[in-house]
Design a protein around this ligand. Sequence first.
Ligand code: B4P
Length: 194
Amino acid sequence: MFNLVLFGPPGSGKGTQSENIVSTYNLQHISTGDLLRDEVSRHTPLGSEAKKYMDQGMLVPDEVVIGMISGKIDEHPDARGFIFDGFPRTRHQAEALDKLLEFKNTKIDLVLSLEIPEAELTKRLLGRGETSGRSDDNEEVIKKRIKEYHSKTQPVAGYYNDHGKLENVKGDHSIADTFKLLSKHINKYLLPVN
Ligand code: B4P
């Protein structure tokens, strides 16, 4: 089994690149953002709780997100591997994921971190906001998300670097060129199936 974390600031292209990675390497995609948005749209108690944070550009509490992940992994016992998109986003989530995977006799193999200048992130998120219906469609919420990223999520890169698993990838190229850069790293572990 091969497990990959795709890491990066809001709007860096994690969701976009995950789609390419999933279809090329046949990995199971776990996006905490998608899972949370699904809970919100179904008006579940978890969704109502998460919405309060997401609408303000804040991270959803760790316990809520970690609880969702364990069940998702168990749904795919025969997976070739998983791509974790937008998770972990705090050091506590990273440690919880390591414990969870150890319990399931597996581990994170590689962490790819997308690096993008802040002005480009804002431009992309404003562009996405025009059509997505997502709450991070204005500069105030986007600024808050980037601030949360620097204070709570960036330290996760240090955690994986200390474990020798982190590779930085420039993400301000075209979607196709960024995917080529990511693939170079993944190909060291796994052959493409498509
Ligand atoms: P996420 O759903 O994870 O999404 P994101 O960080 O906003 O964006 P992503 O990096 O996936 O960018 P995308 O591909 O869309 O998070 C949403 C919210 O959920 C968070 O704010 C938080 O509240 C909550 N949440 C999620 N996980 C959590 C966790 N673990 N703990 C706590 N809270 C959590 O790309 C952005 C735009 O750029 C798109 O329009 C795309 O088309 C465009 N784009 C992408 N690549 C491009 C390129 N190379 N060139 C030009 N445009 C590009």
